[in-house]
Each structure stands twice: as structure tokens, then as C-alpha cells.
Write a protein that binds this ligand. Structure first.
Ligand code: KIV
Ligand code: NA
Length: 269
């Protein structure tokens, strides 16, 4: 199947085909996701949480994002090479100035053949988004709950429930589209607002905790696989219980080693 492009995502919105997005941080998982037919793989800075164990996305560095992105791109290339790979620009790699944002965007794009970058923010980063897209690097926006601003919000609760923040979000979404963004993630906002944003934009909206009217959906792979026992927010649908599967497998292995039933003669030389 043909590699998913920004053009294809626009066509999918126009044709009312829903866009499926999942995160991945490593080669093995990227191969499975690409084989399973997911449209877009996001190398999310959620790697900071689910891969590195930090409590927020703030600590992850550009070098670490590039390391994850390289592994994911290679996985997709070695599989069907269908999924588009989008990489999050980490905290403080694009906020200081347009020049610095452009330099860092180029650095991430040049290290491997990813397809696009994702930045958090609306009007405040509109000029930066324009500069990055002007040189030919596709940008995905991210509005609503923006985890890189978590210390400003002070909580992970649903965003834009009040009219003022909702109006601002709509303006931010339009500003991103005008600046050349090819899609925008809407995180943890009321479904009705997400539906309104989706109707007002030509570019697709990708929701996470933003209702079924978005043009696509994104979730963190660890969450849908049930890898994190403690994290069960209402926007996650858990499709497997890998935590239990892996724990049971490891217990069996430890048992077999202790009991000398592993390795058998067949498993030895
Ligand atoms: O980092 C991430 O995983 C994300 C998605 C949840 C949208 O930004
Ligand atoms: Na992110």
C-alpha cells in the first residue's frame, strides 16, 4: 500500500474516512503498527512518561526524540512502509524563537526520513509554524490539553469547557490552518467543541478525549495495550491486558529457570 501523505489525510477528511493514529517509540512496535494498518504513527513526547518514566513530557530532549524517531522510521521502512511517521518537537525546542525552532525542526527532519513534526500551541506559535512549513516541513498542531504546559494549567482535567477558552481554541485552530499546518490534534476538550473545530477546518482534526466527530483518533500505544496498570482515564479504550500477559510470562520463565526445566535438551547444543 502507498505511503500515507499529508495529501492523503486531506483526502480522507474530504471522503469522510476516519484517520487512525497511535504512538510508538521503538522499532519492534513500529513494525507491528505498520503491519496492522494504522495510518499515522506518532513518535510522541509521551515517551518521556511511558518509556523513560518521568512524570511529565518536559524532560525529554531533542536527542532522545531523534533516537526514538530513528527506530520508528526504520521499523516502518522494514515493514510495509505505509504509515506516516510524525515526531513531537520536545519542550523548549521551538518556543524560544522562530530561528531556533527552524534549526531544531531541520535537525529532527534531517536525522531520518520522518514525514512531519508536531508542535503544541495556537496563535502564539503560528509564525513559527509558518516558517517551518514554508521550508517544506509538514507540521501537525496540538490544542486543548497541551502536556508541555501542564505546570501552567496545574491539572490534567478537560480543557476549554468555558466559552472564552473555547473561542480561543477555535481561533487557535484557524491560525494553525492559515499558518500551513496539515492537521491538528485536539486533546481532552468537549465533543461539541471538537465537532465545531472539525467543521470549521479544511485540515483534519485528530482527537484524544475529544469525541467521535474528529476526523481521526489518537491514543498512546501503552494505554490501549494495558501496559500501565495505574492509568485508566475515561478516553482510553484498553484492547489488551499486556501487563498481565507479560507478568505471567516472566513468572513462568523465572519458575522454569529455578526448577531447572529451562533449558531442555532440545533448547541446548
Ligand atoms: O505525546 C503524545 O503521545 C501525544 C499524543 C497523545 C497526541 O502528543
Ligand atoms: Na505529545
Amino acid at each position: 500500500a502507498a505511503h500515507v501523505t499529508t495529501r492523503r489525510l486531506l483526502d480522507m477528511k474530504q471522503g469522510k474516512e476516519k484517520i487512525s493514529v497511535l504512538t510508538a517509540y521503538d522499532y519492534t512496535m513500529a513494525r507491528i503498527l505498520d503491519r496492522a494498518g494504522v495510518d499515522v504513527i506518532l513518535v510522541g513526547d509521551s515517551a518521556s512518561n511511558v518509556f523513560a518514566g518521568h512524570s511529565t513530557t518536559l524532560p525529554i530532549t531533542i536527542e532522545e526524540m531523534i533516537y526514538h524517531a530513528k527506530a520508528v522510521v526504520k521499523g516502518v521502512q522494514d515493514e510495509s512502509n505505509r504509515a506516516m511517521v510524525v515526531v513531537d518537537m520536545p519542550f523548549m525546542s521551538y518556543q524560544i524563537s522562530g530561528d531556533e525552532a527552524l534549526r531544531n525542526a531541520g535537525k529532527i527532519m534531517k536525522e531520518h526520513e520522518c514525514d512531519a513534526l508536531k508542535l503544541e500551541g495556537g496563535m502564539i506559535i503560528a509564525d513559527t509554524v509558518k516558517r517551518i512549513t514554508d521550508v517544506g516541513i509538514p507540521v501537525m498542531g496540538h490544542l486543548g490539553l497541551m502536556p508541555q504546559s501542564i505546570y501552567k494549567y496545574g491539572s490534567y482535567k478537560v480543557r476549554a469547557e468555558e466559552e472564552r477558552e473555547a473561542d480561543q481554541l477555535l481561533e487557535d485552530a484557524r491560525a494553525l490552518e492559515e499558518s500551513g499546518a496539515f492537521a491538528v490534534v485536539l486533546e481532552k476538550i468537549p465533543s461539541a467543541l471538537a465537532a465545531e473545530v472539525t467543521r470549521s477546518l479544511t485540515i483534519p482534526t485528530i482527537g484524544i478525549g475529544a469525541g467521535v466527530e474528529c476526523d481521526g483518533q489518537v491514543l498512546v500505544i501503552n494505554d490501549i495495550l494495558g501496559l500501565n496498570r495505574e492509568f485508566h482515564p475515561r478516553f482510553v479504550r484498553q484492547y489488551a491486558d499486556l501487563n498481565t500477559v507479560i507478568e505471567d510470562a516472566v513468572k513462568s520463565y523465572v519458575h522454569d529457570v529455578r526448577e531447572r526445566s529451562f533449558p531442555s535438551a532440545d533448547e541446548s547444543y
